[in-house]
Design a binder for this molecule. Structure first.
Ligand SMILES: [Fe+2]
Length: 288
């Protein structure tokens, strides 16, 4: 099987579950394309579950609950049945351990909206067998890149990888008034801040210029370097929502992906600004 595409999805606020958007339409199209191409497993790294010390965890709770969210009608997520993929959890753990990671199962963790929002929107009819990975709380971009690289061989099988995070995601700098007063997460009373626009462009450039040049390794260098660009800390007050982009770069940025023959290519499938300063871009690397 040719290598499966990999997604980096910006999940945005919880309102992205309740409200219609270009991103929501794109997520659903991606899910349908995956099903049409015979995907049997999803492996997803989010932004909200982190493991301390030197470890990374795999969610092996056979009956995970959903962490509740505010502002979204429960009918939009309570009935959706989560489907943990325990055999694949085991396989992922073994691949990570053989690559030197302290990877352990977590049989009690519940799933958070960074995971189930994306699953519900991407696969609205039914949750595919899914493996959820934690982040490591040291937020080392190279560590998360290597996690993706260790799991890359699964792209030769019927596994769809998703990183769930955000392009510009700083909760301290969002404009919350219109959401709180009028339940309008897309209101924009003023343009986004120059820092938000600047970092959003840095991210597009890092991803698309490397991909256009057909440089897998260049992609890895470009995205890990994002944490050092001048406006980064304004765009990401914490590192959690960019870390799964490193995971994605590990999955798609192999030396095999360098050069014309191996160029993965990247698509920006949709983008929605929420809360004035939160930029939700949806990226797909590779194609069916
Ligand atoms: Fe989030």
């Amino acid at each position: 099987m040719p290598l499966t595409p990999v997604h980096f999805f910006s999940h945005g606020s919880t309102a992205m579950l309740g409200e219609e958007s270009d991103s929501a339409d794109y997520w659903q199209r991606c899910g349908q394309a995956a099903l049409d191409n015979g995907i049997e497993h999803v492996v997803i790294m989010g932004a909200h579950w982190v493991t301390t010390g030197d470890s990374i965890q795999i969610a092996t709770n056979p009956t995970p609950a959903k962490n509740p969210i505010g502002g979204v009608h429960p009918s939009k997520y309570v009935p959706y049945h989560l489907n943990p993929d325990l055999p694949m959890c085991n396989r992922v753990q073994q691949l990570l351990q053989s690559a030197g990671f302290n990877a352990t199962p977590n049989p009690t963790v519940d799933w958070i909206h960074d995971i189930y929002l994306i699953l519900i929107r991407t696969f609205p009819k039914q949750c595919p067998p899914t493996t959820v990975l934690s982040l490591n709380a040291r937020f080392d971009p190279h560590y998360h890149l290597r996690v993706g690289a260790a799991l890359r061989p699964l792209r030769h099988e019927k596994v769809l990888f998703i990183g769930s995070g955000g392009t510009v995601h700083n909760l301290y700098r969002n404009t919350w008034g219109p959401l709180l007063r009028y339940a309008d997460n897309f209101a924009m009373e003023a343009p986004p801040g120059d820092w938000a626009l600047a970092f959003r462009q840095e991210m597009e450039d890092a991803v698309t210029k490397a991909a256009r040049k057909g440089s897998g390794v260049g992609l890895r260098k470009a995205v890990t370097g994002l944490l050092k660009v001048p406006r980064y800390r304004e765009a990401h007050a914490t590192d959690d929502h960019i870390m799964s982009l490193m995971f994605v770069a590990g999955l798609v940025g192999d030396v095999e992906d360098t050069g014309d023959a191996g160029s993965e290519g990247v698509e920006i499938g949709a983008e929605d600004w929420e809360l004035t300063n939160m930029c939700n871009t949806q990226f797909t690397f590779g194609r069916w």
